[in-house]
Structure formats: structure tokens, C-alpha cells
Design a protein around this ligand. Structure first.
Ligand code: GLA
Length: 468
């Protein structure tokens, strides 16, 4: 039987399904097919969809065993395959970097308000293989895309091209802006973070690319600074005004832990995920697209709230600085929409710190209540949920092993995250898939996973070193 870390665990018996699907369902030899229509698409959303479009069979459940040796096996397979492809393409052996996607446990839409977040990295990762060139060209290829990009490092496009490599070009520009001397390089990308599912495929690509581009530079940046570089690449070049959360956790995550991050000071602490608890991430299969504008609108609404409160208290620079008292004093004067947005952010910050405390105390009842309150607030006040996300959240209620769950990430589609007792995770996954299908008519994907390490350099035999 093939042993594989993110594996199919179907609704019938797990081992039968693993034998049946073997390697075909995750990452390396997935049934990936690139949507031909997307090749010529001019906009980023289309390119992203094509970058990793994987057709899973019905009611697919993927499992990450939370077992280091299996995770290493999985990575090893990705590495050998990617190395082989790289050698075929460029005739040299590459160095490979891996950066993970994430789930955010709580603290949603708080990062760009200087607030608190509590994400964890998951096993789905992006791998970037790199080797230096003699000239000053940068060549970017992808295993999922047939089209590639090549240009002079000294003549990088100054505006986004509307394609998937914008994330890499943006990172190269930001690294150069910080004075790093990049050398010519060949890059080959292998992405396995589902696109548009709210699991930070963009951040994983940016972070893995940042490490790859810095491969031969004499200066290395500290990891929080690498996270900043990647965030700014997305803000300045790609055009999505995202916060720091995704890039930070992709750079700094630690296996078995979530990170409580103060997005103003970038101070952070690791919060152990109590033993016996798994994340069950449920993909509604409704694509979200951060570049589509609503995310940026939410940011603008928060900025409007800040301008309002700053009139009354000059110490207010972000919604992080607005106390519940100040909010209540002025509630009647604020436009109703702005009041709702502010209320979500202010109370979500409080919930996030409370959740970290409850996690540390093993008080999972409180954690569950806080996750539920977070979802209601995102649905009713911040208005970034959708019918399918709400349905998936409701479908979890009363299932075996369920502790708490909510939508995760930017919203408007994508995934929910559920904390579930390990022994019940398979049953939970099977039942929630069934309930969701019955309610929506859509086949979901369910990922059973746990907290993983952040970005790392890899070799064909084992992880070698952490690059910063
Ligand atoms: C996206 C962004 C993050 C964060 C979340 C919402 O994932 O990339 O910076 O704002 O949405 O919490």
C-alpha cells in the first residue's frame, strides 16, 4: 500500500480508497488538468485558476497524517520529481524551496487593521526549484502551466502583466528595492495549494520564490522581513491590498502550533494545538478572488472608520486603537455600514486574544464558542461570508468530535476550518461532505490536516537548513 501524507480517505474504508487512488489524488501525480481556455486569459484570476486545477473524484477527502516521516516521504517525492523535471528543462540540478499554505483559526480581517491573527501552516505547499545562470536573465516555468516567462533582471516589468508569474516578479522587484543583488536564475514552480480556496496559494508562491531568488545573494533577510517583502509584492505589484498574515505564517510557522501574531509590532508567540485535535478544512468549491475588489473595499471602509475615530482621539491610527468605549460613544453617529465593519474588527481582536488564552488552557469549549462568534460576525457585520460558507458552518453542528468552526481566509467563498477530535475526524469529514452536498448540490473537498512547519530549503534526501 502506498503511504502518502495527504491521502484519500474516502467515504468507504480508508485503506481501500488509498489502494484505489494511490498517488493520483494529491500533489505530484494528481489528476491535474490545465484548463486550456485559461492559457490565453488576460486576467490574473483566470491564470490562477489554471495554475492548479485539479479534478478530484466525488466526495474526496484528503488526509495529512501528521506524521513526520510520511510528510517527509511526500516531500521527497515532490522533490525528486521536481528535480528530474528541472534537469530535463535546464540541464542542471536545482536547489528546492518549499513554502506552505495556511488556515487561519481566528482573527479574520484584522491584520490590515494592525490587529491580532492566529493562523497555522498546513501541508499543502508550493515548491520552487532554482539554479543560477551565467547571464542576467530570469526564466520562470511552472509544472502546472505550459506558458513561461523570461526577461532581463535589470529590465523587469514595472507593472503587472496579469499572469501567475506576477507574484514572482513582484517579489524580485521588492528584493531589489531593498538593495539585494539578484543573479540570473532559472525557476520551476510546483504548486499544490488549491487556488482560490482561501488557503493562501499566493503567499506560498511568493514566499517559496523569495527564498529561491535569494538563493545566491550574499545578504539574507530575517524571516519577518521576507514576509514583508512578499506582502509588499502583492500590495504594490499584484494590486491586492492584503495584510501580513499569510506571508508571515508561511515563513515562520512551527509544526504542531498556531501563531498568535500582533500585526502591528510583528511580535508573535507559538500557541500549541492541543494533542488529539485536527483541523478539518472544508472547501465549498466556490472560488474567491481577492483581486476582485471587495477585499479592497473592506479595507477602505476600515480606513474611513479610522478617520472618523481619529477626530475624537488623535491616538487612533488603526482600528486596533479604538476601544469598545470609544466605539459605543460614537455608535449613533457613524454610518451603519462603517459601524458594522468597525464593530467586527474591534471584537474580533478581542476574540483572537481570548482564543489564544483558551487554547493554552485547553479550554476547547470556549475556543469553540469564539470560533462560532467569529463566523457570525464575519457573516453579519463584515459581510464577507456567502451562502455556501454559512451552509458548511451549519453542517458541522452536532457532528462527531466537533469543537468549533468558521469560515477561514478572506471569504466570499473558499473554505471553513473546523477543530475536530482526531478519533472522529474521518467520520466528521464523511458526514459534513454528505450534508453539504445535500444542501448545496456541490461536491466539496475535505482536507484533514494539522499544523506544519514554515518555509524551508530541501534537498533530494532530506530538509537541509532553514535559509534565514
Ligand atoms: C486574505 C489576506 C490576509 C487577510 C485575510 C483575512 O487571506 O491575504 O492578509 O487579510 O484575507 O483575514
Amino acid at each position: 500500500m502506498l503511504r502518502y501524507p495527504i491521502r484519500c480517505a474516502g467515504v468507504e474504508t480508508e485503506s481501500a480508497r488509498i489502494r484505489q487512488h494511490g498517488l493520483t489524488c494529491a500533489g505530484l501525480h494528481c489528476e491535474s488538468s490545465i484548463d486550456r481556455e485559461c492559457y490565453s486569459a488576460k486576467n490574473l484570476a483566470h491564470s490562477e485558476a489554471a495554475l492548479r486545477k485539479i479534478h478530484f473524484r466525488k466526495s474526496e477527502i484528503l488526509r495529512d497524517n501528521n506524521n513526520d516521516s510520511l510528510s517527509n516521504d511526500h516531500r521527497q517525492m515532490n522533490i525528486s520529481h521536481l528535480s528530474g523535471q528541472f534537469e530535463k528543462l535546464f540541464g542542471t540540478r536545482p536547489q528546492i524551496y518549499r513554502a506552505p499554505g495556511r488556515v487561519n483559526l481566528i482573527g479574520e480581517h484584522t491584520d490590515y487593521n494592525d490587529g491580532f491573527v492566529m493562523p497555522a501552516a498546513i501541508a499543502f505547499s508550493t515548491y520552487v526549484a532554482v539554479a543560477p545562470r551565467r547571464d542576467r536573465q530570469l526564466a520562470i516555468h511552472s509544472e502546472q502551466f505550459p506558458d513561461s516567462f523570461e526577461c532581463e533582471l535589470d529590465n523587469l516589468p514595472q507593472r503587472r502583466t496579469g499572469s501567475w508569474w506576477d507574484y514572482i516578479l513582484g517579489v524580485a522587484l521588492e528584493l531589489r528595492r531593498r538593495g539585494l543583488h539578484l543573479s540570473g536564475a532559472n525557476l520551476l514552480v510546483h504548486g499544490e495549494v488549491p487556488i482560490g480556496a482561501g488557503l493562501s496559494s499566493s503567499a506560498a508562491l511568493e514566499v517559496a520564490s523569495a527564498f529561491a531568488l535569494m538563493n545566491r545573494t550574499e545578504t539574507s533577510l530575517p524571516r519577518p522581513e521576507i514576509a514583508n517583502v512578499c506582502r509588499q509584492a502583492e500590495n504594490n505589484f499584484v494590486g491586492a491590498r492584503v495584510g501580513i498574515m499569510d506571508q508571515f505564517v508561511s515563513c515562520l510557522a512551527r509544526g504542531g502550533h498556531a501563531i498568535l501574531l500582533d500585526c502591528r509590532t510583528l511580535e508573535y508567540q507559538f500557541v500549541p494545538v492541543p494533542a488529539g485535535i485536527q483541523f478539518v478544512v472544508c472547501n465549498t468549491m466556490v472560488k474567491h478572488d481577492l483581486a476582485s475588489g471587495t477585499y479592497n473595499t473592506r479595507r477602505a471602509e476600515c480606513e474611513e472608520a479610522v478617520r472618523y475615530f481619529a477626530q475624537w482621539d488623535p491616538a487612533v491610527h488603526a482600528l486596533r486603537d479604538v476601544s469598545v468605549d470609544l466605539l459605543n460613544q460614537h455608535a449613533a453617529d457613524l454610518p451603519p455600514i462603517i459601524l458594522k465593519r468597525a464593530r467586527h474588527v474591534i471584537f474580533e481582536n478581542q476574540r483572537t486574544r481570548d482564543a489564544a488564552r483558551a487554547f493554552a488552557q485547553g479550554d476547547m469549549l470556549t475556543v469553540g464558542q469564539l470560533l462560532h462568534a467569529s463566523h457570525c460576525s464575519l457573516r453579519d457585520l463584515y459581510e464577507v461570508s456567502c451562502r455556501e460558507l454559512d451552509l458548511m458552518v451549519e453542517a458541522a453542528e452536532g457532528l462527531p468530535g466537533f469543537i468549533g468552526g468558521r469560515m477561514t481566509g478572506g471569504g466570499f467563498g473558499g473554505c471553513t476550518v473546523n477543530l475536530v477530535r482526531q478519533e472522529d475526524a474521518d467520520e466528521f469529514a464523511a458526514q459534513i461532505a454528505q450534508r453539504y452536498r445535500a444542501g448545496s448540490g456541490i461536491d466539496p473537498q475535505i482536507y484533514i490536516c494539522s499544523a506544519e512547519d514554515g518555509a524551508q530549503a530541501l534537498t533530494t534526501t532530506s530538509p537541509v537548513r532553514n535559509p534565514a
